[in-house]
Design a protein around this ligand. Structure first.
Ligand SMILES: *Cc1c(COP(=O)(O)O)cnc(C)c1O
Length: 215
């Protein structure tokens, strides 16, 4: 299937209010350009350097989403252009984002990553850490937290996936209602229909658009 028709098919299954982020990590710029030509404007990458290289050569009206684990020493390379940093999973990332945003006279938007999966390996705050970090947000003058991001367990068990997404939605409602949060980033190729049912505002989809990745 072509990239254009894959995008069209996915979009036909998403409510108009849900933002589709095309996850283009490891893919060559020619394929991103193809998606761009089909109308796609939001792209997701998980490595700062790769995102910065693609940013340099592709049209400047693309909104770049950093969806991966953030290394603090790389933040300076994306501070001037990144649209939304999804994977904020420790206080140190907020501190460095704030510092680098100040330097380029911007406010950087981000979401806090919450650990909702059973797997040990997925990053993110747990419930008690989340309460603590949310309480500290006022100290960051150049970072605007807009909501939460999470990844469900990689499993065929839809009820488990649904329960994990619902726990993220509950945290989003708990903390977001008084803060005008408007980003609930959850759902990938394998589970985005469930994420949308659970209230996702942003889905991050890679392989269903660009094909499988070879690392
Ligand atoms: C790679 C990645 C995605 C997209 O995964 P697909 O299964 O290819 O859709 C979504 N979110 C994050 C955080 C990722 O690293």
């Amino acid at each position: 299937m072509s990239i254009a028709s894959a995008l069209q098919e996915i979009k036909s299954q998403l409510p108009a209010s849900v933002e589709l982020i095309a996850v283009s990590k490891t893919k060559p710029v020619a394929l991103l350009q193809e998606a761009y030509d089909a109308g796609q404007r939001h792209f997701g990458e998980n490595k700062v350097q790769e995102m910065a290289e693609k940013y340099e050569v592709l049209p400047k009206d693309i909104a770049w989403h950093m969806i991966g684990h953030v290394q603090t020493n790389k933040i300076k390379y994306m501070a001037a252009f990144v649209h939304l940093v999804h994977g904020v999973d420790r206080l140190k990332v907020l501190q460095e984002l704030n510092k680098q945003a100040k330097k380029v006279d911007r406010t950087i938007d981000c979401t806090l990553q919450v650990h909702i999966a059973q797997e040990e390996t997925k990053f993110g705050f747990d419930a008690s850490e989340l309460a603590e970090v949310v309480a500290s947000l006022e100290t960051f003058t150049h970072v605007r937290v807009r909501g939460l991001m999470g990844m469900a367990t990689f499993t065929d068990n839809h009820e488990q996936i649904r329960a994990e997404f619902m726990s993220l939605k509950a945290a989003f409602d708990t903390y977001g209602a008084t803060r005008q949060w408007d980003v609930l980033s959850m759902g990938m190729s394998g589970d985005y229909p469930i994420a949308v049912e659970c209230g996702a505002t942003h889905v991050r989809i890679g392989s269903s658009i660009f094909g499988a990745r070879n690392y």
